[in-house]
Design a protein around this ligand. Structure first.
Ligand SMILES: Cc1ncc(COP(=O)(O)O)c(C=O)c1O
Length: 396
């Protein structure tokens, strides 16, 4: 069968040497990242300090626009930061928890780093409520909606759950939140680039994510979307001179916020990371997330079927339309098997309490999926995992 997305393979050098099925963790590096970083060093060495005025200073916005094209955000509504944890803290810094509306509601399967940020705000009066999962895979929508009430301030949920790739119904949760005056912060890390997202159509209040995974943009390029209708009502306490309406006036005292999205910046941006990240956004946008999703749904089903044939238990949502791009397999001796897979150039990862995580992306072939599952079976049957059993620790 013809697969036009495979024409992108030559753009990703690591695919020549490995079976790369780990884009839920670190997407393959586009060849063009080298050129982008060269552009950065050339600019620094030839233009020196003039580089700020010639583009560097605006990069959190110009690069944010490239992310915006993938997540359905209008131009000028996305700013770049280092990571999701900082973006969540920045959103939280716009609120106080001293009134009756002090409740934070999110799923039990939320990404732990996000939980750490919200949990830390209990000390300032936030009440954190988690919506339980019955099976460690999905979160019942009705239960989530029922947990959001008139006392709810924020709903910082994951669009796609990192532990199981379960897709949450963000538009339904936004509707419920808005009915009672609460705001939604959607973490798009495990969806943007593989599952279609439209923050404007869904009327999401805030969205955040990073570029390390499905966007193939590398570390240091997190993003924050704030709905333009909210912008001027918000005064982040996590702030700095980039958020000032006249940063180069160097005015002492309290900040006077900018009227555009730079209001949600703080200090000097991570310029090299922003150069590198653009190569991934360009390829993902050109490949098209709709086409990526269609292929992903087919390959995820293939992975599930082949895994079952080989005697493994997939830890996935039941219905294909509820699944993101990753499949977790409950494999005996999972961590040791993963280490042997890595040694054999099959690149996957392991999460305790979940299993071995496999992710085809738009550049993956069907043959790579079969190969990964065959190797997994062979490693178990031959006992080749045993040499790794004694090693402690977890890690990537
Ligand atoms: C859903 C989700 N959110 C956030 C993160 C990472 O957060 P940060 O960008 O703060 O490192 C991950 C990484 O695995 C994730 O899967």
């Amino acid at each position: 069968m013809e697969d036009p997305l495979l024409s992108w393979r030559p753009e990703f050098p690591i695919l020549e040497r490995t079976t790369y099925l780990v884009s839920h963790s670190l997407g393959a590096m586009p060849r063009a990242v080298g050129k982008r970083l060269e552009e950065y060093t050339d600019t620094w060495s030839s233009r020196g300090v003039r580089a700020w005025a010639e583009g560097w200073w605006r990069m959190p916005i110009t690069v944010g626009d490239a992310v915006g094209r993938i997540i359905g955000a209008p131009p000028g509504s996305v700013v770049m930061h280092q990571n999701v944890s900082v973006c969540q803290a920045l959103v939280l810094s716009c609120f106080v928890f001293s009134s009756r509306r002090n409740k934070i509601v999110y799923e039990e399967l939320n990404f732990p780093s996000v939980m750490y940020v919200y949990e830390a705000h209990r000390a300032l009066g936030a009440e954190v409520v988690t919506v339980p999962s019955d099976d460690g895979i999905s979160v019942p929508l009705e239960r989530f909606l029922a947990a959001i009430d008139e006392r709810t301030l924020l709903v910082p949920l994951s669009h796609v759950v990192f532990k199981s790739a379960f897709i949450q119904d963000v538009p339904a949760i936004v509707r419920r939140a808005h009915e009672v005056g609460a705001l939604v912060v959607a973490d798009l890390y495990q969806s943007a680039g593989t599952v279609p997202v439209d923050v404007a159509a869904w009327d999401v209040d805030f969205a955040t994510g990073g570029s390390v995974k499905w966007l193939c943009g590398g570390p240091g390029a997190g993003y924050l979307y704030v709905a333009p209708r909210l912008r001027n009502q918000l005064a982040p306490r996590l702030t700095g001179w980039m958020a000032h309406r006249a940063p180069f006036a160097f005015e002492p005292g309290a900040i006077e916020y900018a009227d555009d999205a730079t209001r949600f910046l703080h200090g000097t941006p991570a310029v090299p990371a922003l150069y590198a990240a653009q190569a991934g956004y360009e390829i993902v946008a050109a490949a098209g997330v709709e086409a990526i999703r269609a292929k992903s749904m087919r390959q995820v089903q293939m992975l599930v079927d082949l895994a079952r044939e080989r005697g493994f238990r997939p830890h996935v949502p039941e219905r294909p339309e509820q699944r993101g791009g990753m499949v977790i397999l409950d494999v005996p001796h999972g961590q040791a098997v993963t280490r042997e897979l890595l040694r054999r150039e099959v690149i996957v990862d392991f999460r305790p309490g979940a299993g071995i995580r496999f992710s085809p992306h738009f550049y993956s072939t069907d043959a790579e999926i079969s190969r990964a599952l065959d190797e997994t079976r062979r490693i178990l049957d031959s006992g080749a995992y045993q040499a790794h059993e004694a090693m402690g620790g977890t890690g990537f």
